[in-house]
Design a binder for this molecule. Structure first.
Ligand code: ADP
Length: 346
């Protein structure tokens, strides 16, 4: 992997600082969780019904862009049901043997959380089917003519899967989940509530109009809102009296090169590349990724969802295209040589 200057990382990619702080800012119960009202209501009903029957919850899947609360909800469900969580991720389970170890260690009612579940290998995924369906796994021991299949019974656990790409989940895997929830981007008012709670935990003074200014630029994502909040807090501490006002918020966000739509350098680079190099598109995702020097997955999972939601990008059968709004946002300057269109943004 190529090393890149961390200062140009898009704010939605998690750093070590994020990881530690996110843990402390993570809501611990359903009542602390802001937004996603339909999902919360359905979860409350499912939890209550399962508890009344003294049964474990059915397997459930959360999908949606990174930073919207999938992992948080998995931990909240564990907390609300008094269950123990074992957390892992699709790429971490390399062989079926890794999964056997995890599954056989689960107790009745435990939660197995698999993040990025769409990245499980085919072999591991197929191994998971009987475990999810009948709480049973089949081991094959010995080889050749002596090979024997042994069935092993598991305790009744609940699998919670999280994915940024539900479209990549195979139909058999998707079909084995009893509940599917799609998390959507948050409204600025919801992000304000989330940041107000975070500011309290961090003992930071956040004025309401500063919170709204940050929320508008947080790409509808709680993780980004909390990260920008910390950047504004640093800025306010160093450059003024520590109070986060609207003025310090705007200055801090501008210093981070976060524009009024919440786009950062990499978002603008993607849009500008489509405009300048591909004349507005359509351009295939592989060509685009190669030109901006990013992984295809980073573009599709992390960068693109908000650009689509904000109406700046369109996905057509022929590839990605920018919309009219981009021309205005990037101050489209007519026909100029590639690379000279937006000198003020480079
Ligand atoms: P995902 O698993 O979807 O990538 P996380 O659950 O890790 O996202 O959420 C990232 C951070 O955002 C959490 O640590 C938490 O601080 C915050 N967060 C996410 N959703 C909410 C919410 N609805 N209310 C409050 N904080 C939230």
């Amino acid at each position: 992997m190529e090393t890149i200057d961390p200062s140009i990382l898009p704010p939605q990619q998690e750093t070590e600082e994020d990881r530690v702080l996110n843990l402390s800012l993570r809501p611990g119960s359903l009542s602390d969780f802001v937004g996603q009202p339909d999902t919360l209501e359905n979860l409350r009903v499912a939890i209550q019904a399962a508890q009344a029957r003294a049964e474990p919850l059915e397997h459930l899947l959360f999908s949606g862009p990174p930073g919207l609360g999938k992992t948080t909800l998995a931990h909240i469900i564990a907390h609300e049901t008094g269950a123990k969580v074992t957390a892992t991720s699709g790429p971490a389970i390399e062989r079926a043997g890794d999964l056997i170890g995890i599954l056989t260690n689960l107790d009745a009612g435990d939660i197995l959380f698999i993040d990025e579940i769409h990245r499980l290998s085919k072999v591991v995924e197929e191994f998971l089917y009987p475990a999810m369906e009948n709480f049973q796994i089949d081991f094959v021991i010995d080889k050749g003519p002596y090979a024997k299949t042994i069935k092993f019974s598991l305790k009744r656990f609940t699998l919670i899967g999280a994915t940024t790409r539900s479209g990549l989940l195979s139909a058999p895997l998707r079909g084995r989940f009893g509940m599917l929830f799609h998390l959507d981007f948050y409204a600025p008012e919801e992000l304000v509530q989330i940041m107000t709670r975070s500011a309290k935990i961090l003992s930071a003074a956040l004025e309401p109009d500063a919170a709204l200014e940050i929320a508008r630029r947080a790409r509808g994502t709680p993780r980004i809102a909390n990260r920008l909040l910390r950047r504004v807090r640093d800025y306010a501490q160093v450059k003024s009296d520590g109070r986060m006002t609207k003025k310090t918020a705007i200055q801090a966000l501008e210093a981070q090169r976060i524009d009024p739509l919440g786009l950062d350098e990499i978002d603008r680079k993607v849009l500008r590349t489509i405009l300048e190099i591909y004349r507005g598109g359509p351009v295939g995702i592989d060509a685009l990724a190669a030109t901006v020097n990013e992984e295809v997955d980073t573009i599709t999972d992390v960068i693109e969802p908000y650009l689509l939601k904000a109406g700046l990008l369109k996905r057509t059968s022929r590839g990605r295209e920018v919309t009219r709004a981009v021309y205005d946002h990037l101050k489209w300057a007519g026909e100029k040589k590639p690379g000279q269109l937006f000198p003020e943004l480079t």
